[in-house]
Design a protein around this ligand. Structure first.
Ligand code: ADP
Length: 733
């Protein structure tokens, strides 16, 4: 028998497949296919890799045959889940080549750790039941009972939801206060009903919706839904979503939002509109929740998904529409790992796979505006607010004429208007995009600025937690009593304002009013952002001092006055997009004012009242501002007229870093229409003890920067001491 098998093996060629693994590898490895398996590209399998077993995907293109048959290792098992769609695999290949990263690294974004591959049939969970009278209810136990509902949850999930250890859940169950039940840990999502909670649209909205429905029926193209804040863009793009769901009973739709705009009220709105809670995907979702979404997107039953940027890499089966809300938001650009831009990738995906993409914004990016002007994107405008609400009046307060007193941040005219607004019983938002108490801490004696020990960044004083914190690395320390440089005592002074300091001033000026801070520091605990926003909506807060975290998407009916405490913040700095971005965020914040019956008012405190951003905001002439900005970009050949890429070198050893930077600088290949600038120290030259140098590559619109960069870098041998990262279409420079 054994001899016969051996003979057979010699004659019959070994069936092989190429398997791509979610590791930084550019191509897959060959594996032998055991006789009892029949594998097709897209199948998810588990294969040996050295001593480990790794999950990978049978990749299109076939095996390369380099490894001889006798050395080939066999595929261990095939998971009984649907295979990845050919479109998704094509997308992975494309993203890898666009961003110059290994395919396997992109696949890693698709095959996530919490993937639902194991065939869990049923699992014991717990749900609420009558609590026996003898059971003592501690605060932790109460939290568990509150978190438990009629739907069974595993001990882990319950503990996660209640913020306690698994042990608390188990002890409650043993005491008979929770009922054990068998359940499917990843139940399917409800089918969205395109007509469940349809709202009557205004004439303007209906015209916009009709255009978007036509786009969906066409099955291709990108449209910008360009509507002022409060125009009801959401209601309008819901019509596009409904149309896609209606047209095909298997269609999947993704609505993408920047992470911080993905709030509970937004999910509720989707639920009301489509009659079922949507699958949602972002960093706050528990790992079990993410596993459920992943698995249900793969089997096609999650049809409506709302998610942050990484939702783009879910294992889509039949994606038929992507909506990108707040398309201008820079949060769509991933800042570590693979430096992709989710909006750009979504548009590319739609074009490659033949489905439409809707971009929505009140302040679109210049790239998108430019694409509309070129006729590549269609444009649907909603110029006025929905219902009786009108856009607020915007006025710039010239701080040169009325400077605030020393260590105060609100100028007299702003104080007077705030007082007047509060007397009328209305709410005020003080906007300052700076977390903490003071952005810089200086020694009054020797002038030392407090920096983190391993970085060049300034430490920001936070009184809320009583620490000095580095906002780049998260390093923190208690505020020292003596200056670390000159040892003088009690000389470290806060310099400039953060939200905590502005709130302090507000509390002093209006002591009988409720003042709260909304920033990522104050709303970190789960549920606290929600509670704060609910109190603001209910009118229980008089003055909200907020960073950008509160700028997005919220409707506060009692809010009529917004004060931009430092409207110049963000205008300085060499960043290409500084003006565009400042304009965007100030309009977003301004858009919070007067969303109900009362007309809103916006006061922008500025030392540069004639800056183009301020002029655009006060005149409301956005298109003129965009026109002028685009003209500037055109003159200097910057995006969207030219292309950029940056090459960042980083190393612990500064000498080796500079050596390699010099070597690269002296080997820049010549290419028509492409220039290289640098090396120059990257922003935050030293971070966590790592030094960073940067080159900027600028090319004409059609130049192939990827090919240029890859030739250039391949021509100069690197060392393991210096890391090279290419950032295609970089932000923040
Ligand atoms: P945008 O995203 O353009 O700022 P939203 O879609 O959030 O605007 O709409 C602003 C407010 O107006 C929301 O409270 C929304 O529910 C309400 N709204 C918009 N359109 C309608 C409509 N057709 N019927 C009822 N309410 C609407």
């Amino acid at each position: 028998m054994a001899q016969q098998a051996q003979l057979l093996a010699e004659v019959a060629p070994v069936m092989r497949v190429k398997v791509l693994l979610p590791l930084p590898m550019g191509a897959g490895y060959d594996y032998a296919v055991p006789e009892d398996l029949s594998l097709t590209p897209g199948d998810i399998v588990s294969v040996p890799l050295g001593p480990r077993e790794v999950t990978g995907v049978v990749w299109p293109g076939g095996a390369d045959g380099k490894v001889p048959d006798e050395k080939l290792k066999p595929v261990k098992r095939q998971f009984s889940v649907p295979r990845l769609s050919p479109q998704l695999m094509d997308f992975v290949d494309w993203v890898a080549s666009y961003y110059m990263v290994p395919k396997g690294a992109v696949l890693r974004m698709v095959l996530r750790r919490e993937q639902g591959l194991a065939d869990v049939k049923g699992k014991t969970g717990f749900r609420r039941c009558a609590v026996p009278p003898h059971v003592k209810l501690t605060a932790k136990r109460k939290a568990v009972l509150e978190a438990a509902g009629d739907r069974a949850l595993s001990a882990r999930e319950l503990a996660e939801a209640a913020g306690v250890t698994d042990g608390v859940v188990r002890s409650l169950a043993e005491a008979g206060a929770l009922e054990p039940v068998m359940f499917d840990p990843d139940p399917p999502f409800g089918a969205p009903d395109p007509d469940a909670g349809r709202k009557e649209l205004s004439q303007q909205q209906e015209a916009g919706a009709a255009e978007l429905r036509a786009l969906v029926r066409d099955g291709q193209g990108t449209a910008l839904l360009d509507g002022v804040t409060g125009s009801g863009k959401t209601e309008v793009y819901f019509e596009a979503v409904a149309e896609a769901l209606r047209a095909d009973p298997e269609a999947q739709v993704l609505v993408m939002l920047p992470e911080i705009a993905l709030t509970l009220p937004f999910l509720k709105r989707l639920e009301e509109r489509f009659g079922t809670p949507p699958a949602h995907w972002h960093s706050d979702v528990s790992s079990a929740g993410r596993r459920r979404v992943w698995k249900r997107v793969l089997d096609g039953s999650a049809r409506l998904v709302v998610g942050a940027r990484s939702a783009l890499f879910l294992p889509w089966q039949k994606l038929k529409l992507i909506v990108i809300d707040e398309e201008h938001d820079q949060a769509y650009k991933q800042q570590d790992g693979i430096l992709y831009h989710a909006r750009d990738m979504a548009v590319a995906m739609g074009a490659r796979q033949g489905f439409p993409v809707v971009l929505a914004s009140a302040t679109p990016s210049l790239e998108t505006v430019h694409n509309c002007e070129l006729g590549r994107y269609s444009r649907v405008r909603l110029p006025s607010r929905y219902g009786p609400a009108v856009l607020p009046d915007v006025e710039v307060l010239d701080l040169r004429a009325v400077p605030p007193e020393a260590n105060r941040w609100l100028a007299e005219p702003a104080v007077a208007e705030i007082t007047e607004t509060l007397i009328r019983g209305k709410q005020v938002l003080l906007y300052l995009n700076r977390r903490g108490y003071a952005p810089v801490t200086i020694c009054r004696r020797c002038g030392e600025r407090m920096t983190a020990p391993d970085s060049d960044t300034w430490l920001v004083e936070h009184r809320y937690t009583n620490r000095l914190i580095c906002h780049q690395t998260g390093f923190s320390m208690p505020k020292p009593e003596a200056c670390p440089h000159c040892q003088a005592k009690d000389t470290l002074a806060p310099c400039g304002p953060g939200v905590e300091r502005v709130a302090e001033e507000a509390k002093e000026r209006w002591p009988d009013k409720v003042v709260e801070i909304f920033s990522s520091d104050t709303v970190e605990a789960p549920g606290s952002a929600k509670a704060l926003l609910e109190r603001m909506t209910a009118g229980e807060i008089d003055i909200l001092v907020a960073t950008q975290a509160a700028a997005k998407g919220h409707n506060f009916p009692g809010l009529t006055l917004v004060v931009g405490v430092d409207a110049d913040l963000g205008l300085s700095g060499g960043d290409l997009r500084a003006a565009e971005r400042t304009y965007q965020v100030l309009s977003q914040v301004s858009g919070r004012a007067g969303r109900a019956k009362d007309k809103g008012r916006v006061l922008l405190q500025s030392y540069q009242p004639d800056h183009s951003v301020n002029l655009a905001l006060t005149s409301g002439d956005r298109d003129a501002f965009f026109g002028a900005e685009l003209h500037c970009r055109d003159e200097i050949g910057m995006p969207p007229f030219g292309r950029l890429a940056s090459v960042i070198l980083s190393a612990e050893d500064e000498r080796k870093l500079l050596e390699e930077a010099r070597a690269l600088a002296s080997h820049v290949p010549h290419a028509e229409g492409i220039e290289v600038w640098g090396p120059a120290p990257a922003p935050f030259y030293r971070l966590r003890g790592i030094y960073r140098q940067r080159f900027l590559i600028r090319g004409r619109k059609k130049s192939n920067l990827q090919a240029f960069a890859s030739d250039w870098l391949a021509g100069v041998k690197g060392t393991s001491a210096v890391r090279r990262v290419v950032d295609i279409d970089p932000y923040n420079f």
